[in-house]
Ligand binder design. Structure first.
Ligand SMILES: Nc1ncnc2c1ncn2[C@@H]1O[C@H](COP(=O)(O)OP(=O)(O)OP(=O)(O)O)[C@@H](O)[C@H]1O
Ligand SMILES: [Mg+2]
Length: 288
């Protein structure tokens, strides 16, 4: 599909350590793809690399989107082209209000779309409408960006940014982590509302838990292990992961680099070689 986000053999290193080892994944317009996998398997690396973060070096493969070579674009150009990433760990910027930040972000994207810059008043009107849509209090936008925001508030601020920017592809990295049950429902409803208004938006939803997928319906579910997608399936895959964990996927020998990733059955049949747990790293978390 020419308009899809098409990731082929994508290999990425961080500080000369290969992290992604040939990722194949296609996210079609209007589809929600969930990405799961153990800690340290490379899910956030994939999102940062897609956004063009300078710490992530692409060593192989291709990423095309809407027929364009995404990897040839600067991070700014990727955002302008409609790629949106909600970070697993949103940054704090004391001294810049959320509203100010959002207006700058929106006008940057609008300029690239040849749309006129929104004045403060026009922006305020739009912001108010979007905040109502997401059931957010207006004062919230006056606070400094993420400064002292609770975990749930950070995630909601990102939903607000997504609602304003109207991306054509959204990568949501653990948007559900750290949310209480009510906040999870609010954020999920936010995603569904934004999606309904923007039905061609493709979503890559990175998560560890089934619970967000009870609210946000995934069309396809993928599992990343050690820098590769090792299993893909429908929503029923989530239930299996929830009850059986990742052991049945991590015990099999990974395919050679750049190899086909859909050969899970063959791998499962191969002699099980006990691997150590996913590499320890920065991303280690306790279960929520
Ligand atoms: N900037 C970095 N510097 C050093 N190592 C990094 C960096 N970014 C990623 N890594 C390493 O790459 C591996 C993959 O990390 P990544 O954050 O992509 O995993 P993840 O699948 O998102 O994990 P989690 O489920 O815990 O969020 C880890 O071993 C991590 O330590
Ligand atoms: Mg991560």
């Amino acid at each position: 599909m020419p308009n899809a986000l098409t990731i082929r053999g994508f290999a990425v290193s961080v500080q000369e350590t290969p992290i992604l080892k040939g990722v194949n994944l296609t996210v079609e317009p209007g589809k929600i793809h969930a990405l799961m996998g153990p800690n340290g398997s490379g899910k956030s690396t994939l999102s940062y690399a897609l956004l063009g973060h300078p710490a992530y070096t692409v060593t192989g493969g291709s990423v095309t989107w809407q027929g364009k070579d995404l990897l040839g674009l600067s991070p700014d150009q990727r955002a302008q082209a409609g790629l949106f990433l909600a970070f697993q760990y949103p940054q704090e910027i004391p001294g810049v209000s959320l509203a100010h930040f959002l207006r700058a972000a929106l006008n940057n994207v609008r300029a690239a779309r040849q749309e006129k810059e929104l004045s403060v008043i026009e922006f305020r009107r739009l912001l108010k409408a979007k905040m109502e849509l997401l059931q957010m209090r207006e004062e919230f936008a006056e606070r400094y960006l993420n400064d002292g925001f609770s975990g749930g508030e950070k995630k909601r601020a990102e939903m607000l940014q997504m609602a304003l920017l109207e991306p054509s592809i959204a990568i949501l990295d653990e948007t559900d982590s750290g949310l209480d049950i009510d906040a999870l429902r609010t954020v999920s409803e936010g995603i569904n509302t934004i999606k309904k208004l923007n039905p061609t938006m493709g979503v890559l939803l990175i998560t560890h838990y089934q619970r967000i997928l009870n609210y946000v319906k995934a069309d396809e579910v993928h599992v990343m292990v050690a820098g590769k997608i090792v299993e893909s399936g429908g929503p029923e895959l989530v239930g299996k992961l929830e009850s059986e964990g990742y052991a049945w996927l991590t015990e099999a020998e990974p395919a050679p680099d750049g190899g086909a990733q859909k050969d899970t059955a063959a791998k499962a049949a191969a002699p099980a070689k006990k691997k150590t747990a996913a590499p320890a790293g920065r991303g280690q978390k306790t279960a929520a």
